[in-house]
Ligand binder design. Structure first.
Ligand code: NAP
Length: 239
């Protein structure tokens, strides 16, 4: 009996800590995209599975429950999880933190739409992940402040990069937005507390917020908290 946690989020790490404390066998799976990732004290595997077939083969090798605790924008991994779980009849649960709610945001369907929504001569703050900058690279009429954990492969022509890891405080975010004369914030609707302060800071400064909606995922049972996962595991006879 082993639980496979698809990780890469604070919630996945919190779940791993809980299972550790309860002495429940599990493996935490990481994509391996964040080079400076913190060392995990848990049984961890790193790197892709090799698509749906690779994940299905991994599941067939002794995994009894699958918990998809990846980031809400890690859509490919979540789709693979649904397919592989279905092929192998492995019970699957998605641990997905609630979306941020707010009034007055411009909600857009994807990053392309977010890039198109920025007016010429804007000074935009992007903290959307080092591998999500593609749609912004051609906006030479906009200046960008880009913050990421890993250095991006390419930057927009007019930009400044800062490398930092969340969480971020409201006072720090306010200072950052003011120091760089930011006029627009672009954000993924990631949810959670670790990166929420930039939204609150932009709201406080009355800056326009361009919010990228979450990608559509195939239907799967969902809980919003680690406690919800433990309850599900109890129902499945794993606790
Ligand atoms: P993605 O586009 O959904 O996944 C791309 C491929 O990376 C997957 O097909 C899979 O490769 C591999 N992969 C992703 N997550 C994995 C995991 N937990 N364990 C093993 N392989 C994994 O995902 P992404 O957007 O590149 O995100 C990669 C990781 O970063 C995820 O774990 C996610 O939780 C974390 N993250 C993502 C974001 C974001 O905005 N997308 C933000 C913060 C953290 P194979 O097909 O070879 O199995």
């Amino acid at each position: 009996m082993t639980v496979l946690i698809l990780g890469g989020t604070t919630e996945a790490t919190a779940l791993a800590q809980q299972l550790d404390a309860l002495d429940i066998p599990f493996t935490l799976s990481l994509a391996g995209t964040t080079r400076g990732a913190r060392q995990h004290a848990h049984p961890t595997r790193v790197g892709g599975f090799g698509g749906v077939d690779g994940l299905a083969a991994y599941l067939a090798n002794g995994i009894t429950l699958l918990v998809d605790a990846t980031h809400p924008f890690a859509a490919q991994m979540s789709r693979h999880a649904v397919e592989a779980a279905s092929h192998t009849k492995t019970p699957l649960l998605r641990l997905e933190r609630p979306q941020w709610q707010g009034a007055g945001w411009e909600n857009v369907v994807d990053l392309d739409a977010a890039a198109a929504a920025l007016p010429a001569n804007a000074r935009a703050f992007l903290s959307i992940g080092s591998r999500s900058l593609g749609p912004f690279l051609t906006r030479s009429d906009v200046w960008f402040l880009i913050r990421s954990i890993e250095p991006p492969d390419a930057l927009p022509p007019r930009s400044t990069l800062i490398l930092h890891r969340p969480p971020f405080s409201l006072s720090d975010e306010l200072a950052l937005l003011k120091t760089h004369d930011i006029t627009h914030l672009v954000s993924k609707n990631a949810g959670g507390t670790a990166t929420r302060a930039k939204i609150d800071a932009a709201t406080r400064l009355h800056l326009p917020v361009i919010m990228v909606k979450r990608p559509q995922l195939p239907v799967a049972p969902i809980v919003e908290t680690v406690q919800g996962v433990l309850k599900w595991m109890e129902q499945k006879g794993h606790l």
